[in-house]
Write a protein that binds this ligand. Sequence first.
Ligand SMILES: Nc1ncnc2c1ncn2[C@@H]1O[C@H](COP(=O)(O)OP(=O)(O)OP(=O)(O)O)[C@@H](O)[C@H]1O
Ligand SMILES: [Mg+2]
Length: 268
Amino acid sequence: MNEIDRDQYLIGKEPYYRALGNEVEMYQAAYDARMPVMLKGPTGCGKSRFVEYMAWKLGKPLITIACNEDMTASDLVGRFLLDINGTKWQDGPLTVAARIGAVCYLDEVVEARQDTTVIIHPLTDHRRNLPLEKKGELVTAHPDFQLVISYNPGYQSLMKDLKQSTKQRFGAMDFDYPEAEIETEIVAHEGDVDVQTAEKLVQVAQRSRNLKGHGLDEGMSTRLLVYAAQLIGKGVDVQSACRMALVRPLTDDPDMRDTLDAAVNTYF
Ligand SMILES: Nc1ncnc2c1ncn2[C@@H]1O[C@H](COP(=O)(O)OP(=O)(O)OP(=O)(O)O)[C@@H](O)[C@H]1O
Ligand SMILES: [Mg+2]
């Protein structure tokens, strides 16, 4: 059980992360206190990249678990598997993280059912343990272990919100799309395009973000801007790149597409 290869979860190379405020210092302090952290913010604004960066900076392994509504407690903690010699216990990713002292990132945690989410409760308070009920083992978390969850506020219905007893086990940090100058820097770096092009892409995105709630559920994310920049970097003409990476993913509504295509034409 102890021969889990911890090194495979280490992040070798420094991930590019452009800090937007004091989030690096705040996270560092939370980690030093082993406080569980919740990252809130819209899709594609840098939450996952931030966690990768912090795990690298802390020199700790990172285990990411993408949550979904079909996920069961066994998917997190582990299960008995049948093999030729009978049954054998296999740790789930949460158990592995607790044993090796990883930063465990539960992505989109609201997607998980509430009866699954409560599994993390004893890991997030003074107990810092994880009961493997089926196996009859109580795993004490490694001193380095920390839990991080992410959450897109606004996307889920009331039915699918986190329980207060879950929410109130975490310190929370708000993320959002960066201000224009910083987002330009990120898009230019990640998409490998010149600053002028990145600047215009960011302007298009800001236009779309103003349409949120007026026919769009969400504006263009930083991730989509990076996609558009990458296509442009591959020699695709700007209009086609923006249609594919910025406009088409966002909406199926023909009028809204025309509006957004027009915004692209205004800036380029
Ligand atoms: N502050 C930042 N520094 C560097 N890159 C960034 C930053 N913010 C966004 N990015 C870029 O945007 C992309 C998307 O970010 P990321 O995958 O972290 O989003 P996310 O918030 O985790 O989204 P989701 O909620 O959909 O998982 C990254 O791959 C990176 O290229
Ligand atoms: Mg993510």
